[in-house]
Ligand binder design. Structure first.
Ligand SMILES: [Zn+2]
Length: 335
């Protein structure tokens, strides 16, 4: 169940930006290895029919792609039974036929949504029902429901209950994609553009520190600013009367790294539960969390398990230059 390998293809007629959709999905999920297939597959029949079309596609696949657990092919051709998608073995063909009559939303939103729908099925997260709740598992008998489905992008309470711990973890990741589909769709926005806005990050680094080290941190933060790093620092970013948790929750997806400073005041800030949760979210999204030891730190605290593989930046040492080391960690570029 872990790290299921999925390769997504499209035929030449369907207009979706597969690589961007997948890039966006990859940023949200940790249990999948999803990539786009090279080359375009071709459906030679007029209509898609299971299993004959699936079999024909299987023949077009190279050995490379046979290594995948699941292969998804998006097409504009119609299913003979008017379905959105059907699976045969490890091949799933998704039809976006007549998309323009179903919704004004982008086919990219549809691709992301239908991939979520496939994942719900793949991991047995709830089961198909038919009662117009807007839940992603609610059977889309009338295909126009997909428009409402994308704008709702949610999983009903029934479908979210009785899941194993592992399934819950997977569902949480899928919900992150669904949240983005919902937010972009409600604005009539293409999900790829929406994700693009998110990666044009507002902030390069979330600064996490023990308030007793404030003076030193403020100096370091100013140095980072001079080096062109946009920092998320509570004092600069918090309007009066609002808690940092709420604000950060809104902005966390637009921050690319987190830097955790540890000084002489010992206990690491990650030991505060809310900070730990945020850091975990960074790690979950594949964003670096950089632990930094300040010059006055006497005892280096033990890192929580989820941060153990991260490399420390140590300001007690002169070499390698800790500030440059930190910049490298934040920007990903060696200075
Ligand atoms: Zn449901």
């Amino acid at each position: 169940m872990d790290n299921t390998k999925i390769i997504v293809f499209q035929d030449s007629a369907v207009k979706i930006n597969v690589s961007q959709v997948i890039k966006g999905i990859n940023r949200k999920v940790s249990f999948l290895n999803i990539s786009s297939g090279k080359g375009k597959l071709q459906i030679n029949a007029d209509e898609v029919s299971s299993p004959s079309t699936h079999n024909a596609i299987r023949k077009q696949l190279t050995k490379d792609t046979e290594k995948a657990d699941i292969l998804i092919l998006f097409t504009n051709k119609k299913y003979d039974n008017n379905y959105f998608w059907e699976a045969d073995g490890n091949i799933i063909i998704v039809s976006l036929y007549g998309w323009q009559w179903l919704t004004k939303l982008s086919r990219n939103n549809g691709a992301a949504y239908l991939i979520c729908d496939i994942l719900m099925d793949l991991y047995s997260l709830g089961s198909t029902h038919s009662d117009n709740t807007g839940c992603i598992n609610d059977f889309m008998q009338d295909k126009t429901n997909i428009d409402t489905g994308m704008r709702c992008s949610f999983v009903c309470a029934n479908c979210s209950s009785h899941l194993s711990k592992k399934q819950n973890k997977i569902l949480n990741d899928i919900k992150k994609i669904l949240d983005d589909i919902c937010l972009s769709s409600r604005q009539g926005m293409d999900i790829c553009e929406y994700w693009d806005l998110g990666t044009k990050s507002l902030f390069d680094a979330f600064i996490c520190y023990n308030s007793q080290d404030k003076t030193r941190i403020t100096k370091l933060k100013n140095r980072l600013k001079k080096a062109g790093i946009k920092t998320w620092f509570d004092e600069d970013q918090l309007p009066p009367g609002r808690t940092w948790q709420n604000i950060l929750e809104e902005q966390i997806s637009s921050i690319r790294t987190a830097v955790v400073f540890v000084g002489q005041n010992g206990i690491g800030p990650w030991q505060r539960l809310e900070v730990k949760a945020f850091l975990q979210e960074f790690v979950g999204r594949g964003c670096p969390v950089i632990p930094v030891i300040l010059p006055n730190c006497k005892q280096v605290p033990e890192l929580p398990i989820f941060l153990r593989q991260m490399t420390w930046v140590d300001f007690r040492k002169k070499k390698p230059n800790p500030f440059e080391h930190l910049l490298w960690g934040i920007t990903g570029k060696k200075h």
